[in-house]
Design a protein around this ligand. Structure first.
Ligand SMILES: *Cc1c(COP(=O)(O)O)cnc(C)c1O
Length: 466
């Protein structure tokens, strides 16, 4: 490979990263425009790598969403810390297959160390097993697979061998505002979405523990409870200590989806929100959201490592496994071959340290609160949630306008205006704009610029005909 190709690529990457502070945040190109330039016939002949790369980078520009930039507040999307980007580049250059110790002692040991740091920085029990997956979706899947194994094993059933046909029934309980990926995981696990008994949630989206208690009263048998640390709309936390106590009384397995909320534990100011989270049996979280690792990085954590391994492991005579002496990553994740995801997580955690991580979490929360407060100083703006973390829900009002329709229209204007990017949601029957601050780059000035842009869009929309 020519040395100049990667130098040139680094220049392109640097130019892009420098541009994210000020570029139009959304994408401007339409799909038709992209197809017109990128959808070429499959080439008959080889093309030089430089040409391929330049063409891709050159034509992609108008279609990039600057979600890694400081004024992207849509969904819950983290940026990428410099150390994590650099480690991710090395992940690709080294191109390790992180399935087995023998294929990459480096990847295996780095995962081991990173796993310990994840537990330490979030206050989870030291003996838990940890797997590095693509995101919280797969973390929920892997954790619930371990749960399925454990609750059925207790009922004398080996689900890995015997499957679910004829298995003792499992009860699955979740809060009324559980994330969609819990349901996707249950679907993929053969348990089905219809199996879920929902415990009512309160006005912030928190599971009501008394509702869970009522559902579980007088019942026993294989039981899995899915709780949540950080609601995707409000950022609210289920009352985990009470939920853990109720679940334990019924000998159930408690799983907590803490895709971003688990990291509240890393900030002394916010850790109380997730109080009791350490009492659960399994956890799902993301590194590519609040930890600001590049996309494709989630983490599954399980207290009963034997259940975790039993649900995930794979073996064959040609694999040359370490037989427990060292870490074979294939034992902890649904993947077989995969990239060495641990490197970027390691780099992020090490470059932040305990202090930097606490600061990242606290700073994002402060920005979210300030953004909501500045917006709410305009009397046409309503804040729908208690801002406890990094999420805010905003709704707009104007004379003669339906608030749902107005809010949708303002969101559309904001996305077209390009200073910042925010998306919408339905919260308890009302249309709202979601604010999620999850990026290490965001500054007070970014919040100010965004508030001005949002209010400009509100002015323009309110004075236009509906
Ligand atoms: C984002 C999110 C997920 C899914 O995570 P992915 O990384 O997108 O797979 C699950 N639960 C919650 C609460 C989330 O915010």
């Amino acid at each position: 490979m020519s040395e100049s190709l990667l130098h040139h690529t680094a220049d392109l990457a640097n130019a892009f990263l420098e541009s994210v502070e000020n570029r139009f945040v959304g994408a401007r190109a339409t799909a038709a425009e992209l197809r017109a330039t990128l959808d070429i016939a499959f080439p008959e002949q080889r093309e030089a790598a430089e040409v391929v790369l330049d063409d891709l980078a050159g034509r992609a520009d108008r279609a990039i969403v600057a979600s890694t930039g400081p004024r992207f507040f849509g969904f819950v999307i983290g940026g990428a810390l410099p150390a994590a980007i650099a480690a991710d580049w090395m992940t690709v250059a080294w191109d390790q297959n992180a399935g087995l110790f023998v294929l990459s002692p480096l990847a295996a040991v780095i995962e081991e160390v990173t796993a310990r740091w994840v537990l330490e920085s979030t206050g989870l029990p030291a003996g838990c097993s940890v797997g590095f997956v693509t995101g919280a979706q797969m973390a929920n899947f892997a954790a619930l697979a371990a749960a399925r194994h454990a609750v059925l094993r207790k009922a004398g059933w080996n689900v890995e061998e015997q499957g679910l046909i004829g298995a003792p029934p499992i009860r699955i309980l979740a809060g009324g505002e559980a994330h969609v990926t819990i349901y996707t995981a249950l679907r993929m696990l053969g348990l089905g979405t219809g199996i879920v008994e929902t415990a009512d949630a309160d006005e912030q989206g928190r599971m009501r523990p008394e509702a869970l208690r009522a559902l579980l009263a007088g019942r026993s048998g294989p039981t899995i409870v899915c709780a949540q640390a950080g609601n995707v709309n409000t950022g609210a936390f289920d009352p985990l200590r009470e939920i853990a106590a109720v679940t334990r009384e019924h000998d159930g397995w408690l799983h907590v989806d803490g895709a971003f909320g688990l990291w509240a534990k890393a900030s002394p100011e916010h850790a109380h929100l997730a109080g009791g989270i350490e009492l659960a049996d399994s956890w799902a979280t993301d590194a590519h959201k609040w930890l600001n690792v590049p996309q494709d990085s989630g983490i599954v954590i399980v207290r009963d490592s034997a259940a975790h391994r039993a649900a995930m492991t794979a073996d064959a005579s040609y694999l040359q496994k370490a037989d427990g002496a060292e870490r074979d990553e294939v034992d902890w994740v649904p993947d077989f071959s995969r990239r060495a995801r641990g490197f970027a997580v390691y780099a992020a955690l090490r470059s932040l340290g305990r202090e930097g991580l606490a600061d990242l979490v606290a700073r994002c929360c402060r920005h979210a609160r300030r953004m909501a407060e500045l917006l709410a100083s305009d009397r046409r703006v309503e804040v729908l949630n208690e801002i406890v973390l990094n999420q805010a829900l905003i709704r707009f009002h104007a004379p003669g306008r339906d608030a749902d329709e107005l809010t949708r229209a303002v969101i559309a204007r904001i996305q077209q205006e390009g200073t910042c990017w925010l998306g919408g949601t339905q919260w308890q029957g009302k249309t709202a704009m979601r604010v999620s601050v999850s990026n290490w780059r965001t500054t007070d000035e970014d919040v100010d610029r965004s508030v001005e842009a949002i209010l400009r869009c509100l002015d323009a929309e309110a004075s236009s005909a509906a």
